[in-house]
Ligand binder design. Sequence first.
Ligand SMILES: *Cc1c(COP(=O)(O)O)cnc(C)c1O
Length: 549
Amino acid sequence: MPDKRIAAATEENLYRIFTIPEEPDSTLSRIEQEVSQNLDGFLRDHIVAVEKPLSEIEKDFLDSAMPEEPQFVSDIADELLHKLVAQSVHTSSPSFIGHMTSALPYFLLPLSKLMVGLNQNLVKIETSKAFTPLERQVIGMLHRIAYGSTRENNDGYYEHYMHSANNSLGAFCSGGTVANISALWIARNTMLGPNGNFKGVAKEGLYRAMLHYGYDRVVVLVSERGHYSLSKSADILGIGRQDIVTVPTDDDNKIRIDLLAQTITELKQQNAGIMAIVGIAGTTETGSVDPLTAMADLAELHKIHFHVDAAWGGATLLSENQRPKLAGIERADSITIDAHKQMYVPMGAGMVLFKDPHSTDVIEHHAEYILRKGSKDLGSHTLEGSRPGMSMLVYACLKVMGRKGYQMLIDRSINTANYFAELIREDDDFELITAPELCLLTYRYVPKVVKDFMATCSTDEKIIINDLLNDLTRFIQKKQRESGKSFVSRTRLTPKMYGGQTITVFRTVLANPLTTHDILKDILQEQREIAKESWRSLPAILKKVVQQG
Ligand SMILES: *Cc1c(COP(=O)(O)O)cnc(C)c1O
């Protein structure tokens, strides 16, 4: 290539950008080919495994002035490969088991490209046409998976409601956060709806709504394992983060039904309006499922909106073998499911499902130039405005895998998690903290000598040792991540067996179908070696403790 190439802002060049594909041997074309032929190979070749400190990476992104002159596509593609791709995270690697995302089915890559090329906007029919009925069908299919068991004539029901302009079985959105906000938005507007001469919270706002209904406070109830998106929702919906009232969990990280019932009674006595009870089907930190049937009973008894946050665990419904773990979900007024977690769809695909297809009436919004009354525009009852055609990818996955394919994937993940749990239980140097109910478990490294010694310790001594073990867990997790071969995440829990002390643990999500038993053995071995190699940097007291043991 001549080195005096200069890209210039000319009409001709701009025209080329919108029309002429890159030459077959250009950087961009090469990237495109490699990505299509062997994504994993491409990522392995281009993502640098060993971690660079973020402060170093930031040096590549310091310019605040937008460049005046245009640059060649190939140069920018090259730059992106070196600065960005190289320093990104190999989330689809089978040894990266700390995230809720996993490898993606190969067919989603070309389909994603088609989706971007079509660039449909789901806010209205005018800009999406067939994408709108497709999205309604995807929502309908998942609605039927979640709620179908409650009804005799499903075919008739879905024929009536799936494409109805006046109803909606759910809403597609960018993820679980927006899905949770949407569900609680409906719960709020339903509880504080129009009444007498009060026009409803949507029109008159929360202050007037509370005056009208005589509430001192409006709250949402969820277990202490609730996802932080619920606090964001509370804040946005105007009820305040402290009005997400958390209920303690039992030894299995499930909400204590007795305490939930007690809290409801107390809050009612204190003049609080309970907007929703949220059950979690697969908590983010431990993968636990709340007792949904008992929660549904309480919600029904007190006439409170029952929302189930199944952002991560919802896909479990696709396995007949595992679905009993979510029993009671079919009684939820609304359900959040993320397709970009255990449904193997790329980021940006969330859904909220509504049991009552009329429930979105309370958030319906109309405008003159679009979203006219009686239109089938999806934007009239979604929080987001312009939205991409992600439902096309969910549709493709549902069809290509079928329910039985998903069942195999879900069962496989849970079996892998059970295998890993067994591996940890059998290993003298590790301790399983939370066993997998779905495919998520937590554990930590506790060498046998320390375990034996702890058995002889007083409660106060145990607290000191646990604090040191917390440092060690953090240290191992960080080192393992930095070396770039594998990745587990970490979180902090207060397991009952440690008397309420906060324990730092490794957290793994075993949803990648390419994660093998050998990879899991290697991950434990690597952690053991990191601990041993760094023996000198371990806190001195722990060393002393071990020597005494
Ligand atoms: C991931 C998750 C969310 C948030 O979903 P996003 O897609 O990240 O917005 C909410 N609740 C639970 C239980 C989750 O696991």
